[in-house]
Design a protein around this ligand. Structure first.
Ligand SMILES: Cc1cc2nc3c(=O)[nH]c(=O)nc-3n(C[C@H](O)[C@H](O)[C@H](O)COP(=O)(O)OP(=O)(O)OC[C@H]3O[C@@H](n4cnc5c(N)ncnc54)[C@H](O)[C@@H]3O)c2cc1C
Length: 391
């Protein structure tokens, strides 16, 4: 839709995917408006891994310098047995991964990634305190209603409103995301609290029988450490609030009492912890309806076991903006986008669900080698979900 800059595009949600797609559309001279329910952006305590495929989107959006300056570059993806400490796979990251894929593997604070994206979307493109309550088609346009009683219309709507997406209900019909029966404890805290305990320079995953923990630095200065766990939860414990529900330190330490002493020391040092229910959905039959389309967790929420949810949201953002630029109508753009992205996102959803990524020798070429800024936009469904790889 080149040269149609007057098109109005509303984005619901200013998370990783919403900000990224806003910045991407602005590259094509479309000025979208993001509607975000939160009144302000907060630096919630969570780490995030950005594999080379994600960093290629940082580069395309113009934030790579900033994210590289903030992030830690782990030397390897180290996988260890939780009881014996035996190494099951030590996959090189650092220089090796950058040489192979043309972009680094970063571990960083989610807040630093969010800040970097927010910095490239001007304030006049963002409306805070706007909780979407309803969507309806009005002729060729879409009307959005908000909790504060206000209403706007747009030519197209992008649902980037996360795992409990309301926009998804409009596109696919109402259905709860599936609680996996597992929950995660996670926190970031100053390295000084470790009192000399060495966590090494890898991103380390300790694999137990039915639970695991991942530990890594989230800053270039190595002054902040992050861990996230996953373990079964007997009680029917669920929360819709993903990021800020507090967990009990004693319960968490007890759940990992059988783990290697290196893990126990890290858990002992944590001053507080958040807990978070792990949800997933099966792939949706269609990613759009009329002029409403989904991306990121709203479209294909996944368990975090391949550390790829944000990477998929970033890739979606780049491909969706390119498709909108290239196609003549939103309908055609959304089909192009879905055809390009669905095989890959579904593959990552399934791989995340299986929770065996990197546990033993793994070839990540198909995941890390993808470049969403250059992948050919498909005009028919891709038979090969492994997509586009350039060495
Ligand atoms: C503990 C944890 C660890 C993770 N680790 C990694 C990792 O290492 N690497 C990785 O790539 N991914 C990781 N992920 C996944 C990643 O964080 C998500 O996949 C990613 O944030 C999805 O981005 P999104 O924009 O789709 O959704 P979100 O970032 O969740 O953003 C959704 C936004 O929509 C807003 N919103 C929701 N409803 C409404 C409404 N009705 N009206 C207006 N606004 C609304 C929300 O407030 C929020 O700002 C992890 C996730 C978790 C929870």
């Amino acid at each position: 839709m080149r040269n149609q800059q007057k098109l109005s595009v509303a984005i619901v949600g200013a998370g990783i995917g919403g900000l990224a797609v806003a910045a991407a559309l602005r590259k094509y001279f479309i000025e979208p408006v993001i509607y975000e329910q939160a009144d302000a952006f907060a630096r919630v305590g969570a780490g995030i891994q950005q594999s080379p495929n994600a960093v290629k989107v940082h580069r395309w959006l113009g934030i790579e310098e900033r994210t590289r300056a903030a992030a830690f570059v782990p030397t390897s993806s180290l996988n260890r047995d939780a009881l014996s400490g035996k190494v099951t796979n030590d996959h090189p990251l650092g220089r090796a991964v950058e040489a192979r894929y043309g972009a680094p593997y970063l571990t960083m604070h989610r807040g630093d990634l969010h800040d970097a994206l927010a910095a490239i979307v001007p304030a006049h493109n963002i409306r805070l305190g706007k909780k979407l309550t309803q969507l309806c088609e009005r002729g060729a346009r879409v009307a959005l209603s908000f909790a504060d009683g206000s209403e706007v219309e747009a030519d197209a709507v992008i649902g980037a409103d996360g795992v409990h997406s309301l926009v998804r209900d409009h596109v696919a019909g109402p259905a709860q995301a599936r609680f996996t029966g597992r929950l995660a404890y996670r926190t970031t805290f100053p390295v000084s609290l470790l009192r000399g305990v060495d966590i090494g320079t890898a991103r380390t995953k300790w694999w137990g029988k039915d639970r695991h923990i991942v530990i890594y630095f989230v800053t270039a200065r190595r002054d902040e450490v992050y861990f996230t766990t996953s373990q079964p939860e007997k009680a029917d414990w669920m929360t819709r609030e993903s990021w800020s529900t507090t967990g009990d330190l004693g319960e968490m330490r007890a759940a990992f009492a059988s783990f290697h002493s290196d893990v126990q020391k890290v858990l002992a040092a944590a001053p507080q912890v958040h807990k978070w229910g792990i949800y997933e959905r099966d792939p949706l039959p269609a990613w759009s309806k009329g002029n409403v389309v989904l991306l990121g967790d709203a479209c294909h929420p996944m368990t975090p076991y391949m550390a790829s949810g944000a990477a998929m949201a970033l890739e979606d953002a780049a491909v969706l903006a390119r498709a909108i630029d290239e196609a003549d109508t939103f309908d055609a753009a959304f089909r192009l986008y879905e055809q390009t992205r669905k095989p890959r996102a579904s593959l990552v959803q399934a791989g995340s669900s299986a929770n065996n990524w990197m546990r033993t020798d793994t070839n990540p070429d198909w995941l890390y080698g993808y470049d969403a800024s250059r992948v050919p936009l498909r005009s028919k469904l891709a038979a090969d979900a492994s997509t586009y790889y350039e060495s």
